[in-house]
Design a protein. Structure first.
Lengths: 242, 376
């Protein structure tokens, strides 16, 4: 298989805290891969380390054939990695249109992608001229993902897209992310195991800053003991229902 | 969008021009009033347009135009890019001193030694000396802007503000250092700067009024173009959340530098014009009070609006005049109290609060209309 991203034994410190202690993972081109693990396991830090927002002090991050560890975040982003952070990280002072326009890397990106983006998130078309701070939480989350779709990103890092969304919106969000994988690769952090298990083909489980388990999602869903051990009761009950 | 593409192409340019005029009708109205002001004022008071109260009030407006542009340049940093700096006087004073020093010490020699004439034989030595002075002001402003932005890469927020204060104070100290008394006049400053006769503000007040007005219009247009451009949107994005801007691939340092250099350039040119207007350059132009004035004008008028700080400059200048008449030299004390009250009740400044309120009124109005329609 063809890997677009290979993270090899990275260690990341935030201040004096050794947050990531040997994380390795591989993301295949065109797939959806999910990072699982309890709160504080280091999932978000892994995404930030890939993008260089919290630069790893050791290890290698190979994106599209190049070692990008140590490069500055804006350079890494411009190479074609879109990051959708937790908590709807849009620009609230800009309109929906401006939020999308600002993500253009080449002139006309938005015009080319508009149909695709509005196909995934029809609401945004209606809200096009509104300032970001007039949007609901779910709409902001959709805008944050849409913004990452404007340039031709080869890889999207999406952190907890379902967080705080109403069930109806979670459905919509899942549809959208599934639609994305047709054109790009997604590395997802997701606490909602139902959502994660239905979307992803591959998984990595992080615990205490280490990758402790990985494999095909189809196998994980069957392994209730493993789910119980690393993801707790919620994961187990959900896994059991399937 | 569909209707636009259907309309014939040759009307598209005219259409967009008309649209543009319609959108900026407020500013055009203000501009028309300011163009007519000297003549209308002279007519009303029954005096000549070139002397007496007409001349005096033209002078007041000239000062407002220049300070308005200075305040507006501050708004590019504070209001749009979210950079708090206490060093803006360095750009203003830098421009003023560059202009005054050049006109006092270099221009006379230049005029004596060189002779510049157009192909037709027209002697343009003096205008080219003045042009050279402006170019020098541009260069000095750019260098100062770069200097400040280099620091902004390393230090953030309040710490950065304090460092800019120190940098501007260094220039202030330099401007009144006795070591250079021969050139700068030290504490006294430079007075009676030999400005070119055709731009002499005492002799040709009305002409200078229009020069200052034209300068203000051009600078405002330039700033408006920048904040409405994609670069301007990145400024706003940086103000709101720098790390989010970085996440989508923008180098914050680069855009902060652009903001700084543009702001320094506009402030420097405003300072240069101010030194021509007052035919002087004094240490007060490089002092922290000058920065604080820009800050007050910006907050008073409304941050992040461009027109707000310009209005703030007008309010501060004219209001200051009246307060001075009533309270004498203690007027800043009274103004300080008024300023505190204004900030408490108009936290977004005059223009900012107006925009907020008018949007609320509009929403309430349309709601009421909807309800009335529903009842019927």
């Amino acid at each position: 298989m063809d890997a677009i991203l290979q993270v090899e034994n990275i260690h990341t410190f935030i201040g004096q805290f050794h947050i990531l202690q040997d994380v390795s993972l591989t993301v295949e081109r065109g797939s959806i891969t999910v990072l699982l693990g309890r709160n504080g396991a280091g999932k978000t830090t892994t995404l930030k380390s890939i993008l260089g927002l919290t630069p790893p002090s050791e290890g290698r991050v190979i994106f599209d054939g190049q070692d990008i560890r140590g490069r500055r975040a804006f350079e890494i982003a411009a190479m074609g990695i879109g990051y959708v952070p937790e908590h709807r990280a849009i620009f609230r002072d800009l309109t929906v249109a401006e939020n999308l326009k600002i993500a253009e890397r080449r002139r006309g990106d938005l015009d080319r992608k508009a149909d695709f983006i509005f196909g995934l998130f029809p609401d945004l078309k209606r809200l096009y001229r509104l300032p970001g701070n007039h949007l609901s939480g779910g709409q902001q989350q959709m805008l944050a993902i849409a913004r990452a779709l404007v340039p031709d990103n080869k890889l999207l890092l999406i952190d907890e897209p379902s967080n705080g969304l109403a069930p109806v919106l979670i459905e919509q969000m899942m549809e959208a992310i599934r639609g994305l994988s047709a054109t790009t690769t997604v590395l997802l952090v997701e606490q909602n195991f139902i959502m994660a298990s239905q979307l992803a083909q591959a998984y990595y489980i992080l615990d205490d800053g280490k990758t402790v388990h990985s494999g095909a999602m189809a196998d994980l869903v069957k392994d209730k003991a493993l789910i119980h051990r690393y993801l707790g009761a919620v994961g187990e009950s959900v896994g059991g229902e399937r | 969008m569909a209707s636009q593409s259907k309309s014939p192409k040759r009307f598209a340019a005219l259409d967009s021009l008309l649209q543009g005029l319609k959108r900026s009708r407020g500013s055009l109205l203000v501009l028309a009033v300011l163009i007519l002001f000297p003549f209308v004022f002279a007519r009303i008071t029954g005096t000549s347009v070139n002397e007496g109260p007409a001349k005096y009030w033209q002078g007041q407006f000239i000062a407002v135009f220049i300070m308005a542009i200075f305040a507006m340049s501050y708004d590019l940093l504070l209001g749009y890019t979210g950079i708090l700096t206490f060093g803006h006087a360095a750009f203003f004073g830098g421009g003023a001193y560059t202009m005054a020093l050049f006109l006092t010490h270099v221009a006379p020699r230049f005029v004596k030694t060189y002779r510049v004439s157009l192909p037709g034989g027209l002697d343009v030595t003096e205008p080219s000396a003045f042009l050279l002075a402006i170019l020098l002001v541009v260069v000095v402003s750019l260098v100062l802007g770069l200097l400040f932005s280099i620091v902004s890469v390393r230090v953030k927020g309040v710490y950065f503000a304090i460092i800019t204060l120190a940098m501007a104070e260094a220039i202030h100290i330099l401007s009144k250092a006795t070591d250079f008394v021969k050139w700068t006049g030290a504490d006294e400053g430079l007075h009676g700067v030999p400005v070119p006769a055709w731009i002499n503000p005492t002799q040709y007040r009305l002409r200078f009024y229009f020069i200052a007005l034209a300068f203000a219009v051009v600078m405002y247009w330039l700033a408006r173009r920048i904040v409405n451009s994609p670069t301007g949107r990145i400024f706003v994005a940086l103000r709101e959340n720098e790390s989010r801007a970085r996440m989508i691939g923008y180098n914050p340092a680069l855009y902060r530098t652009i903001a700084f250099v543009v702001s320094a350039l506009i402030a420097g040119l405003a300072g240069a014009l101010f030194s021509v207007w007052t035919v002087s350059a004094t240490p007060s132009m490089t002092s922290a009070v000058t920065t604080v004035n820009a800050l007050i004008m910006t907050i008073l008028g409304g941050m992040g609006t461009l027109v707000g700080p310009m209005l703030g400059a007008a309010v501060l200048e004219f209001f200051g005049q009246f307060l001075y008449q009533w309270f004498g030299a203690r007027w800043p004390l009274v103004f300080g109290i008024i300023f505190i009250v204004l900030v408490m009740f108009l936290p977004y400044g005059i223009v900012g609060t107006w925009r907020l309120r008018s949007a609320q009124w509009k929403r309430r109005w349309s709601l009421r209309k909807q309800r009335a329609a529903a009842q019927e």
